[in-house]
Design a binder for this molecule. Structure first.
Ligand code: PGA
Length: 251
């Protein structure tokens, strides 16, 4: 079953627009062999839950503790109480703009799993690493994935339901490079990620999604590859008609 997640990022700009988009999402028909997830900004989660039929709810971020003093943060327990199933963790925009560290991302991933939610852990190389060649890309991804060797054992122990999203930073539509990943290259890198998970953690069934400029034109190319278990869709998920087409190319 392919997993297609809509990452709305900091959109839409008003509650009124969010209600409109959610109503359109409520009318989307999700193909039987596809699981669709909507990750709106957290302020729209309560609106989204009753509006999106046949889709799961996702959050874009989380704190690693339940309760206590953490001004401005949202806990796994709060997300669970709002019927959230998936949580995006370690998105490259948070790594870059908010300087989220591997350590913090590790703690968030573990907290999400502890509370019975499913992390969508984002990894992906920046352009300079891409240009340095395949060996460097692999080194970079392996490090991001396993966070660091000291925590590797516990990462493997808790890997459990974690979904990985491979998003080359330079291929994200708003990265400004204008470059796009080829489905064949994405499939090759995802096969490598799966090999690492198998060799290091003995995991053979971790889902790995592709993300970065997936839209109605490019979706089928990625989703028909057996190595690619789905997509994390940013910009193109802000249009319900386009998201419907992406779901259809996964079905
Ligand atoms: P994009 O974003 O589909 O707009 O490239 C994907 C993401 O950042 O998750």
């Amino acid at each position: 079953m392919k997993l297609i997640a809509a990452n709305w990022k900091m959109n839409p700009e008003s509650e009124e627009e969010a209600k409109k988009l959610l109503a359109e999402f409520g009318a989307i028909k999700v193909p039987v062999e596809v699981e669709a997830v909507v990750c709106p900004p957290e302020t729209y989660l309560a609106l989204a839950e009753p509006a999106i039929r046949n889709m799961a709810l996702g959050a874009q971020n989380v704190f690693w503790e339940n309760g206590g003093a953490a001004t401005g943060e949202i806990s796994p327990a709060i997300l669970r109480s709002m019927c959230v199933k998936y949580v995006i963790v370690g998105h490259s925009e948070r790594r870059e703009k908010l300087h989220e560290s591997d350590e913090e991302i590790w703690r968030k991933t573990a907290a999400v799993i502890r509370d019975g939610l499913i992390p969508i852990l984002c990894i992906g190389e920046p352009l300079e690493v891409r240009r340095a060649g395949e060996e460097k890309i692999r080194e970079f991804l392996e490090k991001q994935l396993l966070i660091n060797t000291a925590t590797m054992t516990s990462f493997c122990q808790t890997l459990g339901p974690t979904v990985i999203a491979y998003e080359p930073v330079w291929a994200i539509s708003t990265s400004g490079t204008g470059l796009e990943e080829e489905p064949e290259d994405a499939a090759k890198t995802i096969a490598f990620i799966k090999q690492v998970l198998k060799e290091r953690c003995g995991s053979e069934n971790t889902k790995v999604l592709y993300g970065g400029s997936v839209n109605k034109q490019t979706a089928a190319g990625f989703l028909k590859r057996p190595e690619i278990d789905g997509a994390l869709v940013g910009h193109a998920s802000l249009n319900a008609g386009e998201f419907q087409k992406i779901l259809e190319s996964a079905g």
